[in-house]
Design a binder for this molecule. Structure first.
Ligand code: GTP
Length: 525
């Protein structure tokens, strides 16, 4: 059942927001087609022809015209198919030139049903009406939506479309031809500019990242984030991947920010403690120095004393000073002990905060929903386990799992039920595996299990055991027992085989398992 059937009507902004969310959740590349499809799905409306479709229809209609126009129309069709908008703009230009030069020639006998009927006498035939309509739609739908970053050109396209609606004289058409030509030329220039800006921005971003990495020193907790963004820039950049990286970086940066702040405070406390410590040491040194001076003084006084009364006075003074020096020494000792304890406590706190920061760094390697590793974490594990397997000459297996009919579960019980099912699956896998085995989210509803030191028959048994456990630890959704199953492909690493090839073989075996009827485990060739 579609989710929107039970919901109150949504505004276009809400639908758009929801559409973006679904694109991200379903990990679908955010192409205009995919976005439109999901938008229609949420809004419950039927699709209108898109801008590209209008352009394609326009070209297809012209292909049926006379030879020279048909040839240009075929090129336009080709360019539209390749989404090469510059080439489209060039071909539209040529079509306009051709059409204008034909319009300037004396009229041949109009051949009904062909493009010829359009040229000299500017009479509104059905073909011309169609052509006019297609041109207007090309301008208002295709061009305007492509020119969101250039409002002036978009305005010109709109105003040109408006003019075409009412241009019925040859002079008006000529004028429009000129404006159209100019617009095509400017659009071409703008496309070049935008491509260059995009390239420059990327280079700037890369430069910035390289510089930040250079400055990091031992700030290893930040390296995780930087590496994540660098990975993203090195591959093809998709909207979904950008959203993913943005979300995970934001969360990690926030948590790290909080921890870093506490760490800074703790370090300041230690510094203050040390200052107090040194102050006290200084005070002790000064007071004992004073005391020694006084003792020297008393020695001289004692030597020159002329009687018991005078000696008694001197002794009284000496006792008082000694007592004061003793008190001062005791006070300093207590303060020093307290300061030392505070330093130790602050040091322990710093250690705790630093280890938390490291854990934060690990988050970059973790899938937020299920708590299993993500692709990045999986790559690290692969590298480690492949090296270990070579060193110890021990077998290494991987299993690629894909939930069966997961789309139906999502469609019937909703996305959050689907999410809970993924969390449940990972919990069952973790409960069933050994501690040295690792599970990672490979994408959507696909998971990979890495089984170190495991020969193929044992790996098959392990995955079959997970299947059995999944039927025992049944998934509950709103008090309903839902049976979830998966298909899996298991592959044993061949000597010298890299991660990509091993994964590919596991994937082929998984495909076999799906083809053979699902809910089964197949060993790779
Ligand atoms: N709830 C939820 N659904 C997801 C997530 N990631 C991907 N999906 C959905 O998983 C579904 C996968 O559908 P399909 O690729 O057609 O696979 P299937 O329905 O399992 O069919 P088979 O694999 O042939 O058994 C899609 O509807 C995705 O939207 C997620 O994180 N949460």
């Amino acid at each position: 059942m579609r989710e929107n059937l039970n919901k109150p009507e949504q505004s276009p902004a809400e639908i758009a927001r929801e559409a973006f969310k679904r694109l991200a959740v379903r990990r679908i590349a955010p192409t205009p087609e995919a976005y439109r499809e999901i938008y229609e799905e949420i809004a419950g409306t039927t699709a209108q022809p898109g801008a590209e479709q209008v352009l394609a229809d326009f070209a297809a209609a012209l292909v049926r015209g006379p030879k020279d126009i048909a040839a240009l129309a075929a090129q336009l069709q080709l360019a539209a198919g390749k989404r090469d908008w510059q080439d489209c703009s060039r071909n539209l230009n040529r079509l306009i030139d051709l059409q204008l030069s034909r319009a300037a020639q004396p009229a041949p006998e109009p051949a009904s049903g062909t493009f010829e009927a359009l040229a000299p006498a500017v009479q509104e035939t059905r073909q011309m009406q169609l052509l006019r309509d297609l041109l207007i739609r090309t301008l208002t739908l295709a061009l305007v939506s492509m020119l969101r970053g250039a409002p002036r050109l978009a305005e010109e396209a709109e105003s040109l479309a408006e003019a075409i609606r009412t241009a019925y004289t040859e002079q008006a058409l000529n004028e429009i031809g000129g404006r159209l030509k100019q617009l095509c030329f400017k659009v071409g220039l703008k496309a070049d500019d935008m491509a260059e800006e995009h390239e420059l921005l990327l280079r700037l971003f890369q430069l910035l990242l390289e510089n930040v990495s250079e400055l990091l020193d031992d700030d290893s907790w930040l390296s995780g984030q930087i590496a994540n963004v660098q990975d993203l820039l090195s591959g093809p950049i998709s909207h979904a991947a950008l959203l993913d990286a943005h979300r995970s970086l934001k969360e990690v940066i926030y948590k790290q920010g909080v921890l870093k702040h506490s760490l800074k405070e703790a370090k300041v406390t230690v510094k203050n403690m040390m200052m107090t410590f040194i102050d006290r040491l200084g005070a002790v040194a000064v007071s004992t120095g004073d005391f020694h001076k006084k003792i020297d003084n008393y020695q001289q006084k004692i030597a020159g004393a002329r009687g018991m009364v005078e000696l008694n006075h001197i002794l009284d003074d000496m006792m008082r000073d000694t007592k004061a020096a003793q008190d001062e020494a005791l006070r300093s000792r207590d303060e020093m002990i307290a300061a030392r304890q505070e330093v130790q406590e602050a040091e322990a706190r710093i250690q705790e905060l630093e280890s938390k920061l490291e854990q934060m760094s690990e988050l970059v390697r973790e899938d937020q929903l299920t708590g299993s590793l993500n692709r990045r974490g999986l790559d690290d594990v692969f590298e480690r386990e492949m090296a270990r397997s070579v060193r110890r000459e021990s077998p290494l297996c991987v299993a690629l799992l894909d939930l069966d009919d997961f789309k139906r579960l999502n469609d019937t019980y909703g996305h959050s039920a689907g999410d809970q099912a993924l969390i449940h699956l990972v919990r069952v896998i973790k409960d069933t595996l050994r501690t040295m085995d690792v599970v990672a989210r490979f994408g959507g509803e696909e998971f990979m299990i890495v089984l170190p030191d495991t020969p193929l028959p044992e790996a098959m048994q392990t995955v079959t055991r997970v299947q059995r456990e999944l039927t025992k630890q049944i998934f509950m959704h709103e008090n309903q027992r839902l049976l979830i199953t998966f298909s899996a492909g298991v592959a044993l690493r061949r000597p010298g085989e890299d991660q990509q090839s091993l994964t590919k073989r596991a994937d082929e075996a998984l495909y076999e398992a799906k083809r053979a009827g699902k809910n089964r485990v197949v060993a790779a060739q």
